[in-house]
Design a binder for this molecule. Sequence first.
Ligand code: FE2
Length: 147
Amino acid sequence: MEELCFFTAGGKEMALRWYSALETGIEEIDGQHRQLFEQIDRLLESAKSGAGQDACLRILDFLGGYVVEHFATEERYMERYGYPKKAEHKQQHAELVEYYRKMRARVEAEGAKPTLIIQLQHSLVEWLNNHILKSDRDLGDFLKSKR
Ligand SMILES: [Fe+2]
């Protein structure tokens, strides 16, 4: 049981669901956010019945790659339009990537323990909600003002 990849134990309240307040108004960014939510949710669903450590690592690697790609998209917009809060926004991205790397290393070292996966899920849901509602929406407002 300890080795199960058990993403869903956090219960419904931790589900990653899209809602309209998360819109930044920038189509490309919103599309990637929705895609990110859908992929994470799908992967969590598929992990519900339990999967081993290898499956968890594959899931984590997929997510890690997609998140990095998505951050690069936002950062290209920041560079192109000279976003004044670029440094602090990029710092937040770097912190999530760093956190993700640490968690991946722990899953590799300790196995996909339910407690670890639940911790990762909670952190991702909380981080994404906070970051999109504040930082990404602020970026969206700035970009719209430049149009
Ligand atoms: Fe962002």
